[in-house]
Design a protein around this ligand. Sequence first.
Ligand SMILES: [Zn+2]
Length: 365
Amino acid sequence: MVALLLTAGSLYPLLRANTIRAGKRDTRPYQPRRRILVSVSSVIPLSCAFWWRSTNAYLPCHWEDTKRGRITVPRSIIQDTSQDQASGSPREVLMSTIKSGRVHVISGGYPPGALGGHDMDYARLRLLGLLEEQGLPATVGNDFSDIHRWLPGTQLLITYVAGPFLDDDQNQIVRRWIDDGGHWLGLHGTSGGKATRVGSGRRRRMVKTSHHDTLGGFFLSHPPMRKFRVDVVAPGHPLTKDLPESFETIDEPYMIEVQHPSETQLILTAELGPDDSPPGSGFEYDEDTALQPDGKTRALGFTRNVGEGGVTYIALGHCSPASQSQPAADPNPEDAGGRPAGLRATWESDAYIQLLRNAITWGMV
Ligand SMILES: [Zn+2]
């Protein structure tokens, strides 16, 4: 507005100068000193307008936001927080992805406060520690319910969740943010979400939603935890920098259905073979669409570009509280790494931490 006023202020003397030159209304004799004065008075406000514009372009969140455009947030996802109420339920959220250097970390289970079988505090601390290493400021959340408040100004979103998922409205916000240049690193249970009961029994089946379309992966189920070899299949990709050709870990062998195969680059796979879950365990599914055509390979890490941003998903990364260790596929503890089944073996491996460091770098470019 100030720039507009300054520009308007500069136009008046210019127009006035034109009328003097054309002699349309000003019948006074030609006055060189008066013309110089008018010219100078035009230049000063015009310069001020340019100065104002250029200065504001580098202020965080303001001018750049309006350049990026906005997205209307449906009232259904506006939370009853004091801030939202004070501002009269904001209908618009700025979706700027300016290079703020900030990372938003979401780590949590479902229902709110529950762990969802994972050591959320451990995962959150490790992720924050990796960000601190690189001097990156972070904000944190426990689910996606207030995502519209934190994404503006966020450059990288990292999620380690077991239960929470983006509903359609929240997905629309995240999708727009990625299109504008945001990067989303989804870890482990991020490919899950809602499960519905099958018939009247105890079996459940995962529900595929727009969340999985954006993430690019959908969790079907997983057989019992085990020790297995992970193959790094994208040598030379920034996400696999300094990773070995393969590494071993103890983790849940996730069955992930890749949503956009033609646009997706696999970075991690494992030859886990067909689902060997004991009868009655795991989740129901119609067809094992996570198994590659060779009948043995499964995708455990992949990335794809979306708009000006991108999404990377890494299925590895189980960590559970000691009180919730699972039965392992390997009956001999030594075969399973000599410790209670898969507490946090992946998080303790150099390869996984290097992969996370690479992913953070990928998201902050
Ligand atoms: Zn897990």
